[in-house]
Write a protein that binds this ligand. Sequence first.
Ligand SMILES: Nc1ncnc2c1ncn2[C@@H]1O[C@H](COP(=O)(O)OP(=O)(O)O[C@H]2O[C@H](CO)[C@@H](O)[C@H](O)[C@H]2O)[C@@H](O)[C@H]1O
Length: 655
Amino acid sequence: MAATGVGAGCLAPSVRLRADPATAARASACVVRARLRRLARGRYVAELSREGPAARPAQQQQLAPPLVPGFLAPPPPAPAQSPAPTQPPLPDAGVGELAPDLLLEGIAEDSIDSIIVAASEQDSEIMDANEQPQAKVTRSIVFVTGEAAPYAKSGGLGDVCGSLPIALAARGHRVMVVMPRYLNGSSDKNYAKALYTGKHIKIPCFGGSHEVTFFHEYRDNVDWVFVDHPSYHRPGSLYGDNFGAFGDNQFRYTLLCYAACEAPLILELGGYIYGQNCMFVVNDWHASLVPVLLAAKYRPYGVYRDSRSTLVIHNLAHQGVEPASTYPDLGLPPEWYGALEWVFPEWARRHALDKGEAVNFLKGAVVTADRIVTVSQGYSWEVTTAEGGQGLNELLSSRKSVLNGIVNGIDINDWNPTTDKCLPHHYSVDDLSGKAKCKAELQKELGLPVREDVPLIGFIGRLDYQKGIDLIKMAIPELMREDVQFWFLLLFLQVMLGSGDPIFEGWMRSTESSYKDKFRGWVGFSVPVSHRITAGCDILLMPSRFEPCGLNQLYAMQYGTVPVVHGTGGLRDTVETFNPFGAKGEEGTGWAFSPLTVDKMLWALRTAMSTFREHKPSWEGLMKRGMTKDHTWDHAAEQYEQIFEWAFVDQPYVM
Ligand SMILES: Nc1ncnc2c1ncn2[C@@H]1O[C@H](COP(=O)(O)OP(=O)(O)O[C@H]2O[C@H](CO)[C@@H](O)[C@H](O)[C@H]2O)[C@@H](O)[C@H]1O
């Protein structure tokens, strides 16, 4: 028979569809168009519809009986004498349900979104289209974090800790996330489904005994555990307010770490405790006391000897450094001071008598964690250099044997242009028309001239030295000479910088009035706005000085928005510079410029803008290559499992 090529290889690894030989014999009559919509956790929805029903002879409309009970039932056969009816469209097959007698064959080379269904003689069974890859070894995993979406988020850490645990749970692990129960009035509703567990403990630190209670919600197969204490109930952002970072942050996150160590031992979640054989995944400085506590306060007494810890560094710039005089407050044995000890270099000291002595939470975890992961491979090398190590480079270099990089994934349920509830129009790699409409809506919303031909550049980021905002400021006069529109979204109330800089806001207002038809700036935090910008812009600019991973460029690519980034850390790992003369034709998903200078940034932007204006097919290629890249969490989750496996091969840290 004229069997067409088997498409399984073109599909995502978890999707394999086969046809029985009898069906294969009717392959040519059995052409169906299927759209596979990617969901989270490597799952797919197949939407099937017949292509060219009129061309299909009536006698061949009877499909073979389903090979697997429960699979999509075939449509009833046409009555013998009646004229061939118009073929009813096949219903949406739903997750994992695909026509039983059909085989998927990829048609768009790099795309799994558009598939033709045909039959093939060499294939004789239906595989489960909904097969979720499972871990080889399942574990009890305890995430400890200062934030996790959707409960509390101030940036990328919240995104990652809101998604990675779900991806690991889907692969068969038992996963708990421990974070504070922040109540500030405006976001309290996020915790509405979390119930009091009836468990409370007293934590001996900071000269007293502080009672914390535990709340719990079971969602997406993950135990979300919220530590409650009055210090987490206050207005402002998670870590600070208009006056700067909260003065008691060290206390707040010491409580979190103690509580996280107790949670697996005392919380009966779903009927039984997690126990002492856990993998603790501690994120950034807020959770960094956990491996120190395991080594100093539990293992010497025989507890948690079978547990291991992995430190995940999302951003080395924040280390949780406080004066050395606070060490006794932490409730750690005096002999463990060395683990947290930190001495500022002379140039960083405030006065002649300042000895620069401090305690550094993140350093404590770098010393005591069993494994260290940074959120991209590029960053795992950068942190070992004097330029990128933020003072910890030598220590991190000494731990190179346990240091790895894993690029973050993104939550495809939240960030999917075909379903995103924040967008006025939806679109996909097959039909980009909705993106042009999103752009027009965004231009209307901003009061900019509605023009399809003008490149709209966006920036989304925190008001932080890291994000390279000063570079954009310097480049604006030059950039505004071009026929361009610029949309600037800044995150207000950023912790480490304290207040949302009034000088910067003043600059934005004056730039807006100087370039009325070209520039708009907005300061605030709004998830829907960030989605609308990601969809509505043509180009996303990220001139970050350093970027451990960066999520916005991943979201941008997913939404067909072309990233122009500084080639650093995770940006360099994830954005491939456009090459019109690649081995397979045009290659690349954006522009990664280096070094970080205004001129280089302008050069990259101008190249991108001229490609947008003058080379439409190339631009569309850039958009589509970005949209079809696999940014799902499943891949990253598998790599984390490998790290966990290595951690359990080694002995745990003991002094
Ligand atoms: N004004 C605004 N309104 C609404 N949402 C806004 C916003 N400004 C920013 N956001 C959102 O905040 C997140 C920021 O992501 P980044 O990757 O830039 O993270 P960040 O630097 O905070 O975190 C660190 O951790 C992450 C995760 O590991 C790393 O990717 C990163 O390199 C590292 O610096 C995105 O989801 C973005 O949409």
